[in-house]
Design a protein around this ligand. Sequence first.
Ligand code: NAG
Ligand code: NAG
Ligand code: NAG
Ligand code: NAG
Ligand code: NAG
Ligand code: NAG
Ligand code: NAG
Ligand code: NAG
Length: 796
Amino acid sequence: MTSWLRTHGSVPLYLLLVVVCTEASHAGDSVCRSSSVTSCTECLRGGTQCAWCFMENFQDGLWPGPRCDLPANLLRRGCAPEFMEQAEVKVEVNTNISSVQVSPRDIVITLRPGAEASFIVAVKQLERYPVDLYYLVDVSASMQENLDHLKTVGVALSLRMMEHSSGIWMGFGSFVDKPVSPYINVHPSKINNPCSDYEIRCRPAHGFHHVLSMTGNMSEFTRVIKRQRISGNMDTPEGGLDAMLQAAVCEGVVGWRPEAKRLLLLMTDQPSHLALDSRLAGIVTPHDGLCHLENNVYTGSTGMDYPSVGQLSNKLLENHIYSIFAVEKQQYQWYEELVRLIPGAYLGKLGLFQAPNIIELVVDAYKRLLSEVAVAVSVEDRAASRYWVTVSPLCPDGSTAKGQSCSGVQPDQMVYFNITVGLHSCPDDGEDEDVKVMVRPVGYNESTVVRIRSKCRCGCGPTRRCHDDNQSTCTGTRDQEQKPNHGLLNDSNRETNWKCRAEGSDVDCSGRGECVCGRCVCEQSRLGTVYGKYCERDSFSCPYEGGVLCAGRGVCVSGDCVCEDGWTGESCGCPTSKTTCHSANGLLCSGRGRCTCGKCVCDDLRYSGDACERCPACQSTCQSYWKCVGCHLSHGLTQNMVGHCNNSCTPLVGYTDDVSGQAGEMWIQCMYISNDSCRYRFQIISHAGQTQLQISTRPECTSSGRLIGTFLTVCALTVLCGLVVVAMLRLLLQRNLWSPGGATEVVVYHCTGKDLSYIPTTTEKTVTYRRDQLPDHPVEMQIQVTKMSLGDPWQF
Ligand SMILES: *[C@@H]1O[C@H](CO)[C@@H](O)[C@H](O)[C@H]1NC(C)=O
Ligand SMILES: *[C@@H]1O[C@H](CO)[C@@H](O)[C@H](O)[C@H]1NC(C)=O
Ligand SMILES: *[C@@H]1O[C@H](CO)[C@@H](O)[C@H](O)[C@H]1NC(C)=O
Ligand SMILES: *[C@@H]1O[C@H](CO)[C@@H](O)[C@H](O)[C@H]1NC(C)=O
Ligand SMILES: *[C@@H]1O[C@H](CO)[C@@H](O)[C@H](O)[C@H]1NC(C)=O
Ligand SMILES: *[C@@H]1O[C@H](CO)[C@@H](O)[C@H](O)[C@H]1NC(C)=O
Ligand SMILES: *[C@@H]1O[C@H](CO)[C@@H](O)[C@H](O)[C@H]1NC(C)=O
Ligand SMILES: *[C@@H]1O[C@H](CO)[C@@H](O)[C@H](O)[C@H]1NC(C)=O
C-alpha cells in the first residue's frame, strides 16, 4: 500500500490514484431526485452520490429533474457513462520532486463539495543532521549571571552535540523590550544607561539585536558572548516573542542553514508580552510577520504590536525552527502554557549559576524534539473555513497515536500520516478554485504541497452543455436571453418553437406539453409518464401484453407500440421470425395459410394444426376415396380384392366390423352411399405415415320413408330442391318401384351443393373470447356452443 511512498522520484513517474469517497447516506436516492434540482451544479451539491446525465436526448421531455440521479439509476435509464458528470474524487501524486525526508512533495486533489480524499505522507528521520542553535538572550539586568554562564558553553556544547549531530553552529542575539514608555524609563539620563541608578554601565534597552550569525567557530562565539553587556527596563514581562519572530524570519541575516535542524533557544527570567499588550504604549498596528532588521537592529519594535502566539507559531513552522524555552523556575508555569500552543517547542528550567545545566538542556531538548514527529496542516486562510482536515499518524511502533504526532521515533525510522481533506462547500460565487494546503512536518526543511481543485461547476464534456433547466439554454448565451417579456412569443420565439413539433404535426409537443425554449416540457399525467422529444411517448396509452405495456418489448409512441427488433404486433407480442409457422415439409403453413404473429392462420378454415396440416373435415378426403371404396364394394365384400380395382386402391383397403377411432391414430370417418341407397361407413386412418381405408362390413340400408323424411329435412329450405323432392316422391308413390336390394335409380345428393358424406365427430366447440382490460390481464370467457343445429343442411 505504501510502496509508492518509497519512490524517491529517481524515476519520473506520475501516479494517479482515484479515490471515491462517499459519505454514508442512504437518503441519497431522494436527495438526487428532488424536483428542486434543476441544474448539474445543484445536482452535484446534493451529495457525492449524485450524478448528472448531460446526454442530449436523455429522457426527452422529462428534464430536468430526472437527469439527476444515482449513477446506477442513470445507467439503467440509458445514460451512457461518458455523459455522466459525477462527483468523483481524484488524488494525483506527483513523484517528480525527489525527496529524502518527506514524500510525496506534491499532490493534486480534485474535490466536490461534500467529498473528502485521503492521502499518505511519509516522514523519514535521517541518522544525523547538522544543527543550528541560535541563542536569543534576555539581557535585562536580572540576566547577568546567565549571560556569564554562556561564555563557557560554546566549545563544551559543540563537543557534546557531536554524539547526536553532524556538527553544530551557533548564533547569538539579544533582546529586552520595546524601547518606549511605559516599558522603559524615558528620562533622558536613563535612555542611554538604564542602570545609572546602580552605578553600572549598561546598554540601552532594545527590541532585538542580532549579534552573531551562525558560525561553527566556537572561539568566535565565546568572544562575542564575552562582549555582551546587560541592559535594563521597567516592567516585568519582556519582549521575547517579538525577538523570536525576527530571529525566525530574518533567515539570511541570522544565517540559518537550509539543511540544518534549527534550534531557537530563548533564555529569559520573565514572562513575555503578548499581542495587544503594546496598546499600553499606544502601538496598535498588528505585526506584519516580516523581517525588519537594519544593521542587525530590529526597527519595527516601536511601530508594531507584539506578534500573536499563532503568528509566531506559523513563522517558526514555515522556517522549520524548533524552539527551546530556557526559563527561570519562577516562570516555568507561565511558559508551560505557552509551549502548548507552539508546535515543536521544548521547555526547560534554567538552573542558577550552572553552565552544564544549559548544555544538558540543549541536548535533551534536541533529542526530545527530534524523537517527536508531528505534522501541521494549514489551509490557506481565505478558504480555511470551507475545508476540514484530519490527521492520523501511523507510528513506527505500530500505534496509531491520537493527535497529530508520534513520539519515541528513532533516527532512520519512518512515520506515516494519513491525512484526509474534505470540502464543506464551494465559495459563495460558486466558482471553481484552487486552494493550497501545506503539510509541514514540524522542524523538517521539507513539506508537502497539496493543491486542491474544488470542482463547483459542471464541465459536462467537450460541448460544455449540461442541459440544465434554464431559460438561458434558449440561445446559448445567457445575457441575450434575459428579457422581461418572457411570456410573449415573437418571431425569434416562434423560430425556436417549431423545434417542438414533430414532422407533420400542427401542435407543439403533441398537445401534451409546453414548448419552452425550443424544447418540450411534457405535462404530468396521472396515468403515467409523458416523455419524448415531442412528448409523443408515454407509459400508459399502448396495448398491454401479459400485463406489461407493449409486452415490455417496445416503447409507446403516440399510442402505438414501437417494438424492438425481432418483435411486432400491436403489443409487441409477435415474433417477426416465421420459423414457428413452417410445416414439416418446409412450406409455410403447409402452403394453406398465412403466418400471423408466429402462428399459422389457415386460409381454409377446415384446416387446423400448427402448420395447417390437419383437415379432418375436408370433403375431398372422403370423396377421393369414393371410387376406391365403390370399386371394392362393387366386387363384393371380403372377396378377392386383387385385379379389378386399381393398384393404388387395393393395398389400402381393409374391412372391419367396427368403425370407430382408436387411440393414437388420426382417423376420419366417411360415408359411402351406394347405388342402392345403402350407406357404407368407412374410415381413413393415418398411422405412421400410412393411410388405410377401413370399410364397414355392415351397410345401413334405409327404407324409402326414412329417406324421404331425411330428404325433407335436408332440402326444406331449397325451393328447387323441394321441387325435385316432390317430383321424385310422386314418382315413387305412383309406381311403387321401391324394392330393397335392387335399386336402379341413381340418387345423388347434390341438391345443396354440400357434401353429405361428412359426419361431424364432435357436436360442440369451444369459443374463447378475450377482452383486453387495462391494466389487468385479459379476461377469458369460454362458451360451449352446439355446433350443428337442427335444420342445418350439414346434419345428416
Ligand atoms: C514529471 O516529469 C515528467 C517527465 O520529466 C513530465 O512529463 C511531467 O509533466 C512531470 N509532472 C509534473 C506534475 O510536473
Ligand atoms: C575563529 O575565530 C577566531 C576569533 O574570531 C579567529 O581568530 C579564527 O581565525 C577563526 N577561525 C577560523 C577557522 O575561522
Ligand atoms: C533538508 O535537509 C536535508 C538534510 O539535512 C538536506 O539533505 C536537504 O538538502 C535539505 N533540503 C533543502 C530544501 O534544503
Ligand atoms: C485514512 O483515513 C481515512 C479516513 O479516516 C480512511 O478512510 C482510510 O482508510 C485511511 N487510510 C489508511 C491507509 O489508513
Ligand atoms: C438560469 O441562469 C440564470 C443566469 O445565469 C440564473 O440567474 C438563474 O438562477 C438560472 N435559473 C435556474 C433555474 O437555474
Ligand atoms: C423578439 O423579442 C426580442 C426581445 O423582446 C426583441 O429584441 C426582438 O426584436 C423581437 N423580434 C422580433 C422579430 O420582433
Ligand atoms: C352403380 O351404378 C353405376 C352406373 O350406374 C354402376 O357402374 C355401378 O356398378 C353400380 N354400383 C353398384 C355397387 O351397384
Ligand atoms: C386407377 O389409378 C389411376 C391413377 O393411378 C387413376 O387415375 C384411376 O382413376 C384409378 N381407377 C380406379 C378405378 O380407381
